[in-house]
Design a protein around this ligand. Structure first.
Ligand SMILES: [Zn+2]
Length: 609
């Protein structure tokens, strides 16, 4: 791809006059910064009110140009916005070299006309200035030709300001000082006492007229230029079928004066500015209602409406309930493929009824959708949750691939994953295996603790503790310890399968056994206080094993589970700080209490509980 040079013509073709004109205003107002072009990317910042938009264009060819602005005009209307064009202009004319467009008045280096100083600061002739606007202001605005006359009053004589001797110094009040600053941009006023202003030039001058006490329409009708800001009403109406109309409600007798950067209302001879600044693109709302449906309507409600609240008084029309905006909780699916020596993964997430996507795919696409469970709620894509899910996969040991997937290398890692983390992931996510993976994971067997109750007395029961696989192979505790000491957590089973020991899980379980302070009557056989039964059984169950029991009464106690309180919800933040077996212990105590039984959770000799 060859680099396309940026020219005004290119920008004009891309954005049209609709974007070019306000873009020039933005540039002239000094709103563009850091404009740079690294083909094919043009980028920069455009400030509008409190917002600083990152804007620009991707220029693939003279006719294939993509808008990259974060404003809602570009997103809602899908066209090239004034911000991006302004960045282009800013790149062509860096701020230091900005020259005003030829059809606009230029700001001269030296002030034309007489010198004006503050009334109390000099021994100069006092004068007051009067500003005269067209008597038929609406007609002048319509034509885009607003004649403004400035008169100076000295010793009760009013003349055009141009008649003041150019070399003299005059003392004026504060309002006039501000006015003169504004009028400097229109040298014609000092030359002939009057000027015909474009709409843009008039609105610029209007700011300098705020609170000026001597502005009139014609000679007699007082005009007020308020320094207050008004928030026009923005009405969101339903058009049925998820379609909405957004329109600006102005008072019926008001005249709206606006350009790319500001909007004013003229009502009862008073000019009032709308908001601090209307957000980019919202100006076209003033001309005509914005009609949106489907995703664009939801997007508007979720992202744009909150921003418009600053400048508008947002109101829902009849039959419209502005939706609650919430963050969605995506459902995750991990798709696994590959071999025992290398597994690849793809993490998918799905939102509502939308087609599922790869986690973090097109992260800039901050889509929204209506909550399938609650039509008054709009849900936003949850990039944080997607990030966390990816972090979880990485924490397990998977590496990210360039293609946005994951890979886990090495048989020991793969086997360990399927024996341990895989089980935990399954509780939270859907995990899909290819037929091939299904086959070889079927040959991985977890070695889990097995407890057999072989005897019991008044207040004790005796368990045989061994480790078994689903295939029925039994290991003694000594076998396991020997394996672990030699650094192995995997072993070939007699049936040819791979046996995997969940070492972390086993350590927890053994801790529990130690907590019960059992008497070891012979290797692998423990006599445990009956009060600990629930504790032991629950821990074993959590590790994926069960307690086998031939004694009915004891079994009834162990398995007659009343709703066991969930430690993690009852203990709140404390639960985060407890180790797993401590939680189990807590649950055991509450269960005992619920059964009107006493129990002591004793601190073991090794310092554990
Ligand atoms: Zn924009």
């Amino acid at each position: 791809m060859s680099d396309i040079p940026i020219t005004e013509k290119l920008l004009l073709n891309a954005g049209g006059w609709q974007a070019m004109k306000p873009a020039r205003e933005l540039l002239k107002a000094g709103r563009v910064s850091e404009a740079k072009y690294e083909p094919p990317l043009l980028s920069g910042y455009v400030r509008e009110g409190m917002k600083n938009y990152r804007s620009g264009l991707r220029i693939k060819s003279a006719i294939d140009i993509e808008n990259l602005c974060s404003c809602w005009e570009s997103r809602s209307a899908g066209k090239i916005c004034s911000h991006s064009v302004a960045v282009g202009l800013g790149y062509l004319k860096p701020p230091a070299a900005v020259v005003a467009a030829p059809n606009e008045p230029t700001i001269p280096e030296a002030p034309a006309g007489p010198r004006f100083v503050a009334a109390d600061s000099a021994d100069a002739a006092l004068t007051t200035l009067h500003v005269i606007l067209p008597p038929n202001f609406a007609g002048a605005w319509q034509k885009g030709q607003i004649m403004i006359v400035v008169e100076a009053e000295v010793s009760r004589n009013r003349t055009l300001v141009s008649a003041l001797p150019k070399k003299n110094t005059f003392a004026v009040d504060g309002a006039d000082l501000v006015l003169i600053e504004g009028v400097r941009a229109v040298p014609a006023i000092f030359e002939s006492g009057m000027a015909i202003l474009s709409r843009d030039a008039f609105l610029r001058l209007l700011t300098a007229l705020q609170n000026h006490p001597r502005v009139t329409f014609g000679k007699a009708t007082r005009a007020t230029i308020s320094s207050a800001a008004l928030r026009p009403e923005l009405l969101v109406e339903s058009r049925g079928e998820g379609s909405i109309a957004v329109k600006c409600n102005f008072p019926p007798n008001a005249l709206l004066l606006w350009n790319a950067t500001e909007a004013w209302l003229l009502q009862n001879n008073e000019f009032v500015r709308c908001g601090e600044a209307l957000p980019a693109g919202s100006t076209h709302l003033i001309e005509r209602p914005l009609l949106l449906d489907g995703d664009r309507a939801l997007h508007f409600l979720a992202f744009d409406l909150p921003r418009l609240h600053d400048a508008f008084n947002v109101r829902a029309g009849e039959g419209v309930r502005l939706p609650e905006i919430a963050t969605a909780q995506p459902a995750f699916e991990l798709r696994l493929a590959g071999t025992l020596s290398s597994v690849t993964g793809e993490l998918m997430c799905s939102y509502g009824d939308r087609a599922s996507i790869k986690a973090l795919a097109k992260a800039q696409d901050q889509f929204v959708f209506r909550d399938p469970q609650n039509s008054d709620r709009v849900l936003m894509r949850n990039l944080d949750a997607e990030n966390a899910a990816i972090a979880r996969v990485e924490q397990i040991g998977f590496a990210r691939t360039d293609a946005g997937g994951f890979v886990l290398h090495g048989q020991p890692n793969v086997v360990r994953f399927f024996a341990t983390d895989y089980q935990r992931l399954q509780r939270d996510w859907k995990i899909t295996l290819t037929a091939q993976v299904e086959k070889w994971t079927g040959e991985i067997e977890r070695v889990t603790p097995k407890l057999e109750i072989v005897g019991s007395g008044q207040d004790w029961f005796e368990v045989r503790y061994s480790l078994t696989t689903p295939g029925g192979e039994v290991f003694s505790n000594a076998d396991i310890q020997r394996l672990l000491r030699s650094g192995q957590s995997q072993t070939r089973l007699k049936n040819g399968h791979l046996g995997v020991i969940d070492t972390a899980g086993l350590e927890d379980f053994e801790q529990v056994i130690r907590d019960c302070d059992p008497a070891q009557t012979q290797p692998g056989l423990y006599r445990i206080n009956r009060a600990h039964a629930g504790y032991v059984e629950q821990t074993a169950r959590e590790l994926g094993s069960a307690v086998a029991d031939r004694r009915e009464a004891l079994k009834k106690f162990i398995t007659g589970r009343d709703a066991s309180p969930d430690a993690k919800t009852k203990l709140g933040p404390l639960a985060e700080r407890l180790r797993e077996y401590q939680l189990v212990g807590w649950e055991w105590l509450t269960r005992l209490a619920a059964n009107n039984l006493g129990g002591i959770l004793a601190r073991g000799r090794d310092g554990s509980w």
